[in-house]
Design a protein around this ligand. Sequence first.
Ligand code: ZN
Length: 320
Amino acid sequence: MAQTIPGLHHVTAISGPPQANVNFYVATLLQRLVKKTVNFDDPGTYHLYYGNQMAEPGSILTFFPFNDAGPGRAGPGMASAVAYGVPKGGLNAWMMALAEAAVYFDGPFERFDEQMIALTDPDGLRVELIETDRGMSQGISTDGTPVDGGFHSVTLWLDNPDRTARLLTDVFGYASAGEASQNGETRYRFLAAGQGRGSAIDLITSDVASIGRQGAGAIHHVAFRAENDDAQKGWQETLRSQGLDVTPQIDRQYFNAIYFREPGGVLFEIATDPPGFATDEPMETLGQELKLPAQHERLRDQIERILPPVTIPRGRQNAQ
Ligand code: ZN
């Protein structure tokens, strides 16, 4: 195989009003707000990026918050959950901290021999914390809660997983890593070759009838990593040769992006690692100022009047 996908780059979802979103991801899940910018296609709306301390690919969860977003719903053809990795032995501290903060969670459960819990964000997005060795190079903070692992996986809910599975294995270079059925849901796991941060993808089929709908709490798209523009160009050609309708490269300021809809209906993106989030502000102060791309800078006054103010809360530790 000429090239393989190293893992997830980012996941993008839709939320309701931004303050509740910031509070949950920063104060409860201890993510760092690494970029406060606007939706480049709709600059009157925020685009908020959360990640680990170094804002690394494979840790980035982004939101388009709309004050008036209708509720979204997961269903076939959509990503239905995002999971963060927790180092082995770290889940207990998370459960204690969440209980102390009166944050409801389900579990612990075991899935593919890994311990996990599940919670929902303020808009109903399912967020899982899963103990794993993959990509967990970071330590554990003073209060015992690991903060910096990045993603474990995303789950894609599909009517039929076959063609999506073939894309992952035959084109992206993932390996099949198990299958499990429970309560009318069958889950198929796939792992990227390097088994680093964000290297797992789960495909599920479910007996539950649901018609997915974009809206608050729904995942909009799932982005995979390309090491650089050349690797991305290779993917563009490979995917087109597979008959997939791939966009031209789009400049997203912090990465370059191409998009296509995978055969199961989920919107996929391939995003470059460079230039990264420290391209327009220092790593030390990421996320504190509203950053606008050059084409919207002349509208800054208007944009700042429209956007609701957002306060960045303190995390449980390592407050910025
Ligand atoms: Zn994206």
